[in-house]
Design a protein around this ligand. Structure first.
Ligand code: FES
Length: 134
């Protein structure tokens, strides 16, 4: 998790970005009880049963990033696996999950017009180049 210091020494924690195979889908915040809870709110298809780290049904591959467990898992996990039902992201996190059916942020619509022809451009935030002028 990235920590930002302000001039009057308040410590601000950047909300971790959770992505699915490189596609950002959510900002994890204090309202999410677990990573599974946050993913379900975005309609990510992820199987679960016990929701407490006992069964392993929600085991998910991590492409990059890290998690903290609020309940210690009772099953063995590889270094690149997590149990979303009992963890929260401790950094930006990219999971090996399908984005199919996921609710993404609304697309931005830009309307620019020239004297002869109006032009409408639609893009999602992930399609914007980081250094491109807006
Ligand atoms: S649902 Fe059982 S370990 Fe996550």
């Amino acid at each position: 998790m990235m920590i930002l210091m302000t001039s009057n020494f308040k410590i601000l924690h950047k909300a971790p970005i959770v992505s699915l195979n490189g596609q950002p889908v959510l900002l994890f915040n204090q309202q999410h009880v677990s990573l599974l809870d946050a993913l379900e709110q975005k309609r990510v298809k992820l199987f679960s049963e016990c929701r407490n780290g006992y069964c392993g049904a929600c085991k998910t591959k991590i492409n990059s990033g890290s998690v903290n467990y609020h309940t210690q898992p009772l099953i063995e996990l590889e270094a690149d696996e997590c149990l979303p039902c009992c963890c929260t992201p401790s950094s930006d996190l990219d999971l090996n999950l399908s984005i199919s059916g996921v609710e993404l942020a609304p697309q931005r619509t830009t309307i620019s017009s020239t004297p002869s022809q109006p032009h409408v451009t639609t893009s999602s935030p992930s399609q914007v180049e980081p250094n491109s002028p807006s």
